[in-house]
Design a protein around this ligand. Structure first.
Ligand SMILES: Nc1nc2c(ncn2[C@@H]2O[C@H](COP(=O)(O)OP(=O)(O)O)[C@@H](O)[C@H]2O)c(=O)[nH]1
Ligand SMILES: [Mg+2]
Length: 431
């Protein structure tokens, strides 16, 4: 993916071909990552469509614009909002951590326990890795200075039994959130999965969290699939994001489990843990150092565009075309009916649905009318006489009274703008 982006950045010009090529390269790398075919198709189509359709804000290059589009489409795939903890505070909540040995499961459990404790949870952990010698010592060692209780039962070989005992003991000690460390290595892959299946069946944890090493690349998908079949994975902890790996394999893990990444590990220390942030992850994935800077540039440019429009508006350069375009822009945000019902205005709930739906239809109609006007008519509607009205109505497939109605509404809006111009400057700045 990084290669696709840097190839695009180094291309000398941007045209339909370079955009298509970029979309193709992205498609390929997502497919190699085992991301769902339909999803891949949708992402690449969205990139192509938006690259051709979207207006270029002043001062922004076509390249920057397209990179921003790719970035946004990938962030959409990962869930736009940063991950949330979503752990209840008032009842028992059991999280079972699963994953191949060496990926960082035990370390991540200690990190998560510490993180939860800092966030005010009563937390405890259970060591149910009976396979690896010293697994419980490691966990205790990691949590030594935190006063977080660790339940262990040396000599007991049945992890289901240990976990059941542990939950009982910790709960009676007032612990609410319980984290379970499970084995990540066994006699064979099959016996490991059998153990995870048994734990899932007998314990029914509230959440199964899969631990994945950011460095393993596409293998992540295979592991995720195996664990997911044994115990449905609800969230992902992506470890070792501080190493050179970019964690692209996590995309495949997501594709196989439908789970979201909740945490990333960023070092070996107990506080090297962060809630997952999709936008930061995608910028790392694409090798975009300063995506925030780029996004800021867009925000400013768009603001500038709005400001220019507002100034023209205030000078009274408010053409019929602008009038309809503004209504149309508003519509882009969704049906007008939806938009209006969300406004924090008193009485909004009382506007009949039918009236709102009519407003939507009205705007479409007005747009059609403006489209069948000549440029002169749009600039100066005064010249629109009855024979012009007839022609415009026919062209737009509407009634003559619709055309007249539009012109009337436009005049009212323009008059309002003239009044607004006489208002104090302070007020206008707010507008
Ligand atoms: N750099 C780095 N190392 C990590 C991270 N998480 C775990 N490790 C290291 O990975 C190794 C294996 O961790 P461990 O928790 O024992 O893995 P487990 O076998 O899955 O339980 C240890 O050396 C950890 O210190 C991380 O986020 N960053
Ligand atoms: Mg371990």
């Amino acid at each position: 993916m990084k290669k696709a982006i840097s190839k695009f950045i180094s291309s000398t010009s941007v045209d339909v071909n370079t955009v298509n090529e970029l979309a193709r390269d992205l498609q390929r790398s997502l497919l190699i990552g085992d991301v769902n075919v339909e999803l891949v198709q949708k992402i690449s189509e969205n990139v192509k469509r938006r690259a051709l359709e979207e207006k270029l804000p002043p001062g922004i290059s076509r390249k920057d614009q397209i990179i921003k589009i790719v970035y946004e489409e990938l962030v959409k795939l990962l869930g736009e909002e940063p991950a949330k903890l979503k752990i209840p505070r008032d009842r028992k909540y059991v999280i079972m951590m699963v994953g191949i040995h060496g990926f960082g499961k035990t370390t991540s459990i200690a990190k998560l326990a510490f993180y939860l404790k800092k966030n005010g949870y009563d937390v405890g952990v259970i060591c149910a890795d009976t396979y690896r010698p010293g697994a419980c010592d490691q966990l205790e060692q990691l949590l030594r200075d935190t006063k977080i209780p660790v339940y262990r039962h040396d000599g007991e070989k049945d992890p289901v039994k240990i976990v059941k005992e542990g939950i009982e003991k910790l709960t009676s000690d007032g612990v609410k959130v319980i984290l379970i460390d499970t084995a990540g290595r066994h006699k064979s892959q099959e016996t490991l999965m059998e153990e995870i299946r048994a734990l899932q069946r007998e314990i029914k944890p509230d959440e199964v969290m899969l631990v994945i090493d950011a460095g393993i690349g596409q293998q992540a998908g295979v592991h995720a699939k195996a664990f997911h079949e044994a115990a449905p994975v609800g969230s992902i902890f992506l470890t070792k994001m501080d190493t050179s790996a970019k964690g692209g394999g996590a995309l495949s893990a997501i594709a196989f489990t439908n789970a979201r990444i909740k945490f990333i590990g960023t070092g070996e220390r107990i506080d090297d843990i962060e809630l997952f942030n999709p936008s930061r992850y995608v910028s790392r994935l694409l090798g975009l150092g300063d995506i925030e800077g780029l996004l800021e540039k867009f925000r400013l440019a768009e603001l500038e565009m709005d400001k220019k429009r507002a100034e023209a508006f205030m000078r009274g350069e408010f053409t019929l075309e602008q009038f309809v375009k503004q209504l149309k822009d508003l519509r882009k945000a969704g049906p007008l009916s939806k938009l209006i019902s969300k406004l924090p205005l008193p009485g909004v709930q009382n506007i009949p649905d039918e009236a709102l739906r009519n407003a939507d239809k009205q705007i479409d109609k007005w747009y059609a009318i403006v489209c069948s006007m000549t440029p002169e008519e749009r600039i100066d509607p005064h010249i629109i006489n009855s024979s012009r009205i007839k022609r415009i109505a026919r062209g737009a497939g509407v009634l003559e009274k619709d055309v007249k109605n539009l012109i009337k509404q436009y005049r009212l809006a323009k008059k309002f703008m003239k009044t607004a111009k006489r208002l104090p400057k302070k007020f206008l700045e707010k507008v």
